[in-house]
Design a binder for this molecule. Structure first.
Ligand code: SAM
Length: 361
């Protein structure tokens, strides 16, 4: 009889954007100082969990920011072909109540075919479990047990497991599975889409959003599609389809040149400017401190001029928290060398009329 969960084991495997490994370790030293760095390759770091230390909670994993996913590592399998590797995967992890199999390449340039490898791993399962995964029945359950396989090369796979206890934990390797639909003004559409999915943000139609750094307009387009009334601030021109939208208005200027009283009354402030994070935070602060009620939420991209600046993250998050927000952050899989900060004020209605009554400053 298969047991429900494998034992947590002594090692965790964390994946990240290629190049973000040092930033991830820096962050681990801040939020999970008990872990000990072990193996390190492009796109992944493993950590040893010392005896007696409880495994990280989903909240701990989220606070790692640069980790796309963190799984309990069972080790590696090596072999000449997918069939023999798949058999070794099951020997290594044993029989459990697997609800899903996640396969992804450690390096996007790798030669592995995740779809074929997933099929080989599922084919090597006992028939009842195979049927449960193939039918998608287990996926419908909240928090199914996931068998993880990170493909290092055609002959070497890393194997582990996790419980799919949050949106990004249902995506293989924590990589957002959506692709940019045709007709969008920029990739920022997909970045905002990933941010909304990751943090479970419900945008309420009719609410007002302002974006600082709006051109060419993908993020504004995503907000408009959610039914919001949008102002885009940017000296550069926004895509003509976005510009013509009846619920859109562009203010062609730099964020700091907008008068404070014009910044009042927004429910959401989005920022995606290619400037230093401290300048982005200063621009956001003007919106938050504008007269009237503060925005309910913030979705901000902080661009890192170099990876070393990731060390400033605790101070940036503390600044947002100091404005009266609960701040969360993640390096999105659809973004570049940048961090997405999402912050929401607690106990504030997002319905346009009620929000005004309940949030006066
Ligand atoms: C990465 S792009 C923004 C992409 C955009 N969010 C989208 O959805 O397509 C960065 C933008 O920031 C704008 N920008 C840079 N500094 C700015 C400032 N001080 N005020 C407003 N916009 C600024 C640039 O003109 C540029 O269009």
């Amino acid at each position: 009889m298969a047991s429900l969960h494998p034992a947590p084991g002594d090692f965790l495997l964390a994946t990240c954007q290629g190049g973000a490994e040092a930033a991830l370790v820096e962050r681990q030293r801040v939020v999970l100082p008990g872990l000990v760095k072990a193996a390190w390759r492009r796109g992944m770091v493993t950590f040893r969990v010392p005896a007696g230390m409880p495994p990280p909670t989903p909240a701990d994993v989220e606070r790692l920011v640069f980790a796309r996913t963190v799984v309990h590592s069972c080790g590696q399998v090596t072999g000449p072909d997918a069939g023999s590797l798949a058999a070794r995967v099951h020997t290594l992890v044993g029989g459990h109540d697997w609800g899903e199999v996640h396969v992804w390449n450690r390096d996007p340039r790798a030669e592995g075919d995740p779809g074929a490898i997933r099929a080989a791993i599922i084919a090597a399962l006992e028939p009842a479990r195979r049927r449960a995964i193939e039918s998608g029945a287990a996926r419908a359950r909240r928090g199914p047990l996931v068998l993880d396989c990170m493909v290092d090369s055609a002959e070497r796979w890393w194997v582990g497991w996790h419980v799919a206890d949050g949106p990004s934990r249902t995506w293989p390797g924590g990589i957002y599975p959506a692709v940019l639909p045709a007709g969008k003004a920029s990739r920022a559409w997909l970045k905002l889409d990933e941010a909304l999915a990751t943090f479970g943000i419900d945008l309420v139609p009719g609410t007002r959003a302002v974006e600082l750094g709006a051109a060419p307009g993908g993020a504004c387009q995503r907000l408009l599609e959610a039914g919001l009334v949008v102002v885009g601030i940017d000296p550069a021109l926004v895509d003509e389809h976005v510009a013509r939208h009846p619920r859109f208005e562009q203010w062609r200027m730099r964020a700091r040149d907008v008068r404070l009283k014009q910044l009042r009354g927004f429910d959401w402030v989005v920022a995606d400017m290619n400037i230093d994070p401290t300048s982005t935070l200063a621009a956001l602060e003007r919106v938050v401190m504008a007269p009237g009620r503060p925005p309910h939420g913030i979705v901000a991209t902080l661009k890192l001029p170099n990876w070393a600046r990731a060390a400033d993250l605790p101070g940036w998050l503390a600044r947002v928290t100091g404005w009266g927000y609960v701040a969360r952050a993640r390096q999105l899989s659809t973004g570049g060398r940048e961090i997405c900060v999402v912050a929401e004020r607690l106990a504030v209605s997002r319905r346009p009329g009620r929000a005004r009554r309940r949030t006066g400053r």
